[in-house]
Ligand binder design. Structure first.
Ligand code: 4AD
Ligand code: MG
Length: 430
């Protein structure tokens, strides 16, 4: 019976045929072990010299790393294997014998691995991270579909910039200027006025000259936008959503989390509600902690966010930032003109901001004034402003950065491992 490694539990004590690659191997005079992978999982193949034809044992001994094979054999339960099964091999058919594989079980430097990203993805750890990424995406669609949101796809090529003009990728659009989207938000606001509750999932681009463990040039964002939702309503969606994806990964990716050595007790605590502190309280806290480099009105850097996050075992919302630190579209606090109804969600364990969101200005005159204050072209933003002329309503939304979320839940140090082919400062290859 032809099957995949993920399905072998159905065939215990039965003969199966699996298409696989040789991840690793070792052998002695009497027995050979092949670490097999087929994309769906990993399993150990055992070849006992005295029990198979000589050419099968020789094939197992001589096959090179990453060669592709059809392997036949009997599935057996194996308590010692993390996967729970092994394959007692009876036949090996080499499909393609690989030449010397550059990534060996020894340690390699990061740049070398990044140059070989097209192959590095095959490794057990990278495979586990990609499976967790996939589970987060699956759980995202599940969550928003169950809550009655419609998936809407904003454009990638745009004529306006929601998050400020300094980090835009410029391109020509025939005779016009265009930019790669840095956020779909403005379009999602239009969509929310048409469909009520909407979410997007797509790539976004920022020409940020940041070389940190949290920054990518191309990253994927999930951007929900909700009509008639005020700031507080939006925070509830955010904490329920983040709890849902964390609990889904815990439930459906236990093998992957184990492969990565992730401390799952910390993830187990990630359940709504999440703690909230205001920007004012955060500044006060930082001063108490001895951060004298921060004054009211300054943005927080990675060390500040990490210090705040360390006080909690769940993600923490920092709310009500100074208006001057945030984009033009955020709704001012009705009780205080100098702060806005916004929140950043800071992940535990030093992974930084995973969500940025706010209530949006719905008053026409105030939005027009803000666009002017930010020297934004009223022609380019005309359609966005116009949304406030036809039944304008309070509305809120947010953006979750997928790669930072994957890095945090997987426990990998750097976002470059949380996307299949990272685009980084100085890296567009492979
Ligand atoms: O805080 P940001 O800039 O918010 C927005 O773009 C809003 N328009 C979203 C919205 O309200 N619809 O970005 C949102 C999230 C951040 O919290 C972070 O997780 C991620 O996107 N992010 C990045 N991830 C990787 N590399 C980068 N360079 C990132 N910049 C932002
Ligand atoms: Mg932000």
């Amino acid at each position: 019976m032809k099957t995949t490694i993920s399905e072998v539990y159905k065939y215990v004590e039965q003969e199966v045929k699996i298409g696989a690659w040789v991840a690793n191997k070792r052998s002695s005079g009497k027995i050979a072990f092949l670490q097999l992978r087929d994309g769906t999982g990993f399993i150990q193949g055992v070849i006992v010299k005295s029990e198979v034809p000589e050419e099968v044992f020789q094939a197992a001994k001589s096959v090179t790393q990453e060669s592709s094979l059809y392997v036949t054999g009997k599935i057996q339960k194996d308590e010692r294997s993390p996967f729970g099964f092994e394959l007692l091999v009876t036949g090996i058919e080499v499909i393609h014998a690989a030449v010397d594989y550059p990534i060996t079980p020894k340690e390699h430097g990061t740049e070398f691995l990044m140059d070989n990203r097209h192959l590095w993805l095959r490794s057990r750890r990278q495979h586990a991270v990609m499976k967790i990424r996939n589970e987060i995406i699956r759980a995202t669609y599940e969550f928003y579909n169950e809550q009655g949101f419609a998936k809407i796809d904003p454009p990638i090529l745009t004529g306006s910039a929601p998050e400020g003009t300094s980090e835009l990728f410029h391109t020509k659009y025939f005779d016009e200027d265009a930019y790669l989207s840095q956020s779909g938000q403005l379009y999602m606001e239009a969509a929310a006025m048409a469909l009520g509750k909407v979410f997007s999932f797509g790539p976004t681009f920022r020409a940020e000259k940041s070389k940190t463990r949290r920054h990518l040039i191309e990253f994927w964002m999930i951007e929900p936008e909700m009509a008639f939702y005020e700031h507080e309503d939006s925070l509830k969606v955010q904490e329920e959503y983040v709890s849902h994806i964390v609990q889904s990964v815990l439930k459906n990716c236990s093998l992957e989390l184990k492969t990565l050595g992730r401390d799952t007790s910390k993830l187990g605590k990630v359940k709504a509600p999440f703690p909230r502190i205001t920007y004012d309280e955060a500044v006060k806290f930082l001063h108490e902690q001895g951060f004298n480099d921060i004054e009211w009105g300054d943005d927080f850097g990675a060390p500040h966010e990490t210090a705040i996050a360390e006080s909690y075992d769940k993600p923490v919302f920092i709310t009500h930032y100074p208006t001057s630190l945030k984009p033009f579209y955020m709704q001012p606090d009705p009780n205080r003109e100098d702060v806005v109804l916004c929140a950043d969600l800071i992940a535990p364990e030093g992974y930084g901001e995973i969500i940025g969101g706010s209530e949006r200005i719905h008053d026409y005159d105030l939005l027009k004034q803000r666009l002017e204050e930010h020297n934004l072209d009223l022609d380019a933003y005309g359609w966005y402003l116009e949304l406030r002329q036809y039944g304008s309503v309070p509305h809120s939304g947010f953006g979750l950065g997928l790669e930072r979320t994957v890095a945090w839940i997987s426990g990998v140090e750097h976002v470059r491992e949380s996307i299949p082919f990272p685009r980084l400062l100085n890296r567009l290859y492979p």
